[in-house]
Design a protein around this ligand. Structure first.
Ligand code: NAD
Length: 244
């Protein structure tokens, strides 16, 4: 269906995993889609690639403006770029805290700030942030990552309140463990990747990892006019991890 025909979307971290699946689904539904990524070469046509590191204010501002000019505006912003970090508070030095918060939290702030003038001009404006089950679950060995995603969750609620009167909806998704290149890299680093993968599947209430397509479907729903009365919410896509 072409329910998003006439709408323009920008997806950060759109060259891989959840972001790529989201960008492709937005395009399939009829939207004109740009991806902003460190390396956008992983995003095939018809996606339009723009290069920027979300931790670089000037680069983000230029890329968002270039994307908006190419698309003729921005109706949908998906703040998805993010990086991981393992460890307790004893394990991560300050420099790593600064780097992960710079990408995962301020990355959302920067793209949103640059995209807001375009979103305000839209009659169907929506922001969706890729948060995580880590924002609320109390996961072991994920102190820094959890703090970064907790901030994204709070930011989602605050931004929803700030911009609701301007007609801009703001929501987030909380994925569980998703089968993306990110998790592939973690498994490859294990002594026995196949055994580790089986153990990971077994830990999911559903018995398997979440797919990137399932997270993309939730993001696209929240971004679409069908969700016109939904703002300031977090949608879990976690195989039942948080709720069961
Ligand atoms: P991924 O590594 O497959 O893709 C991430 C993309 O973001 C890559 O294309 C990468 O180049 C880009 N990116 C990374 N840092 C960037 C930066 N500084 N500037 C611009 N682009 C940058 O990862 P994924 O699993 O698809 O994760 C996407 C999002 O989903 C992240 O925010 C992550 O925290 C979140 N998430 C993932 C999982 C999971 O299990 N995979 C679970 C919950 C939340």
């Amino acid at each position: 269906t072409a329910e998003l025909a006439g709408l323009s979307a920008l997806v950060t971290g759109g060259a891989s995993g959840i972001g790529l699946a989201t960008a492709l689904l937005l395009a399939e539904r009829g939207a004109d889609v740009a991806v902003l990524d460190l390396d956008p070469s992983g995003a095939p046509a018809p996606l339009r690639g723009f290069t920027a590191d979300v931790s670089d204010h000037d680069a983000v501002h230029c890329a968002v403006r270039a994307a908006a000019e190419a698309l003729g505006g921005i109706d949908i912003l998906v703040n998805n770029a993010g990086i991981g970090a393992a460890g307790t508070v004893e394990d991560n030095p300050d420099a790593q805290w600064h780097r992960v918060l710079d990408v995962n939290v301020l990355g959302v702030v920067r793209t949103t700030r640059s995209a807001l003038p375009y979103l305000r001009a839209s009659s169907s404006a929506a922001i969706v942030n890729t948060c995580s089950i880590a924002a609320t679950a109390g996961l072991p060995q994920r102190a820094l990552y959890s703090a970064s995603k907790g901030a994204v969750l709070s930011l989602t609620l605050a931004m929803a309140a700030d911009h609701v009167r301007e007609g801009i909806r703001v929501n987030c998704v909380n994925p569980g463990t998703v089968d993306t290149p990110w998790v592939g890299r973690l498994l490859d680093a294990a002594a026995d990747p196949a055994a580790e993968r089986a153990a990971l599947d077994a830990r999911q209430p559903t018995g398997r990892l979440v797919t990137a397509a399932e997270v993309a479907a939730a993001i696209v729903y929240l971004a679409s006019p069908a969700a016109g009365s939904t703002t300031g919410t977090a949608l879990a896509v976690d195989g039942g991890m948080a709720g069961l």
